[in-house]
Design a protein around this ligand. Structure first.
Ligand SMILES: [Zn+2]
Length: 103
């Protein structure tokens, strides 16, 4: 499942990074966040979180990146969060489905 997310990040030139809880707190974030402008896109995820939970955080942040949230101020933050949640839900469903049929 993680390979699927790594492939998306590689294809979309999104750098995937681990980050400490302390740094996350400094960024006023829990779990992870995405930032970047134009071609420089980065996702940071809590280095202490693993497995499906990490996948869900990354999927959510990939949603923010792919839906153009990093470059757009026209859409409200609430709307962006809702869209990223839907995106992560759909992506997680695909990953569960994929894993189910490949095991
Ligand atoms: Zn979000």
């Amino acid at each position: 499942m993680m390979k699927f997310l790594h492939d998306i990040c590689r294809n979309e030139s999104i750098a995937l990074n681990c980050i400490s809880k302390e740094k996350l707190r400094e960024m006023k974030s829990r779990g992870g966040f995405a930032l970047g402008k134009g071609e420089d896109k980065r996702i940071f995820v809590d280095e202490n979180i693993w497995g499906w939970e990490a996948c869900h955080i990354i999927a959510h942040e990939v949603g923010h990146v792919l839906m153009g949230h990093l470059d757009s101020s026209e859409v409200s933050d609430d709307r962006k969060e809702q869209e990223a949640r839907y995106f992560a839900g759909a992506l997680m469903a695909l990953m569960v489905f994929h894993q189910y049929y490949n095991n």
